[in-house]
Design a protein around this ligand. Structure first.
Ligand code: NAD
Ligand code: TYD
Length: 359
């Protein structure tokens, strides 16, 4: 019975990953979720599984050496799946230090604890242990109209978020090179799907449209992102944990490039079709809500991932095409308005006001 330590499991991708794993492996695995519950962490995301005997939640900060050490002292951890991070580029432009703290220092604390727990007195590591560091394609910087990010593409991060993720990747690489520490790094493109905090483009568009609010599109709206349905990311991580060669990095992407304006228009059109005729909101949802605003500072133009390596070596491929994934996502947000209300009733409004002042 394998024990997984999942950090940041109360966030968007982490909670989808935990649900995916418990659905797939049932009681054959144990999951410990270490999360400090920042604004982005929400235990509601895991409501359906919180009662399970093989799932434990620990509220704690990955920067806190004592807590992290205690987790390794009290449990025989076989896999670390490290999601915990500050994850939003706009917030990183406003407060870079928080990103350095969690993303860089937090990763350093986790690496040190796993290294200590897994190394054998005579050298080497206990068999069958693995640390999977979940990272982003944003570490590679920005592409022009042509080309793709490969695992060999030099890192060239531009935002404080991507710089802090690049630094954390480098720390993992340094453990691999120095100690032969059993790790993988995955660099994934933009995710979308259920439980994403509505500060990110797709849920923000759904939320604003439903509430008749302007939909802010940064700059000319022609920046390109490569969108992947979150369950396909969860599946990729599981497959890299199982079949990925130790010490390797794997790019994960949907080969699904879209401009931001295309995404926004698609969502508005889907919402118009999905809402019942009688639904009062139907009247105020239209493309007229789309408002071009000042561009994000240092806005990366295009991200596009080459997933050839993970496909060839690990056998992964995405299951959900964008047309299906975006419909499922919009449907989920329509069916979970209480969830959205729960997280937008706190300081979310204040955050939005600050963000719009900032740009
Ligand atoms: P998220 O912001 O939704 O969730 C982050 C989670 O980490 C939250 O539950 C939060 O409470 C927790 N957390 C933050 N700081 C912590 C700390 N110091 N100690 C413990 N827990 C802490 O993020 P997400 O979108 O789910 O992203 C998860 C990971 O995947 C991140 O490492 C991110 O860089 C990476 N990633 C995200 C995307 C994407 O499109 N969202 C794409 C590629 C990679
Ligand atoms: P986001 O979801 O923040 O992800 P990332 O910056 O990590 O790619 O943004 C996706 C794209 O959408 C990015 O090019 C910025 C743009 N964007 C807007 O145009 N308006 C918005 O309100 C937001 C949040 C993002």
């Amino acid at each position: 019975m394998r024990t997984y330590l999942v950090t940041g499991g109360a966030g968007f991708i982490g909670s989808n990953f935990i649900r995916f794993m418990l659905e797939k492996y049932k009681f054959d695995i144990t999951i410990i979720n270490l999360d400090s519950l920042t604004y982005a962490g929400n235990l509601q995301n895991l409501k359906e599984i919180e009662h399970l005997g093989n799932y434990t939640f620990i509220k704690g900060d990955i920067c806190d050496k004592k807590i992290v050490q205690a987790v390794f002292d009290n449990h025989e951890i076989d896999r670390v799946v490290h999601f915990a991070a500050e994850s939003h580029v706009d917030r990183s432009i406003k407060d870079p230090e928080a990103f350095v703290k969690t993303n860089v220092l937090g990763t350093a604390v986790l690496l040190a604890a796993a290294n200590k727990a897994w190394c054998k007195p005579g050298g080497g590591y206990t068999e069958n242990k693995k640390f999977l560091h979940v990272s982003t394609d944003e570490v590679y910087g920005s592409l022009g109209a042509e080309g793709y990010f490969y695992e060999s593409t030099p890192y060239s991060p531009h935002s404080p978020y991507s710089a802090s993720k690049a630094a954390s990747d480098m720390l993992v690489k340094s453990y691999i090179d120095t100690y032969k520490f059993p790790a993988n790094i995955t660099n994934c493109s933009n995710n979308y799907g259920p439980y994403q905090f509505p500060e990110k483009l797709i849920p923000l568009v759904i939320h604003n449209a439903l509430n008749g609010k302007k939909i802010p599109v940064y700059g000319d709206g022609l920046n390109v992102r490569d969108w992947l349905y979150v369950e396909d990311h969860a599946k990729a991580i599981d497959m890299v944990l199982e079949n990925g060669r130790l010490f390797e990095s794997y790019n994960i992407g949907g080969h699904n490039e879209k401009t931001n304006i295309e995404i926004v228009k698609t969502i508005v059109d889907i919402l118009c079709k999905m809402l019942d005729k009688e639904d009062k909101r139907k009247k105020h949802i239209s493309r007229d809500l789309i408002t071009y605003v000042e561009d994000r500072k240092g806005h990366d133009r295009r991200y596009a991932i080459a997933s050839d390596k993970i496909k060839a070596e690990v056998g992964w491929h995405p299951d959900t095409c964008f047309d299906e994934g975006i419909r499922k996502t919009v449907r989920w947000y329509l069916d979970h308005e209480e969830w959205v209300e729960g997280i937008t009733s706190g300081d979310y409004q204040k955050y939005c006001e600050e963000m719009y002042v900032l740009r």
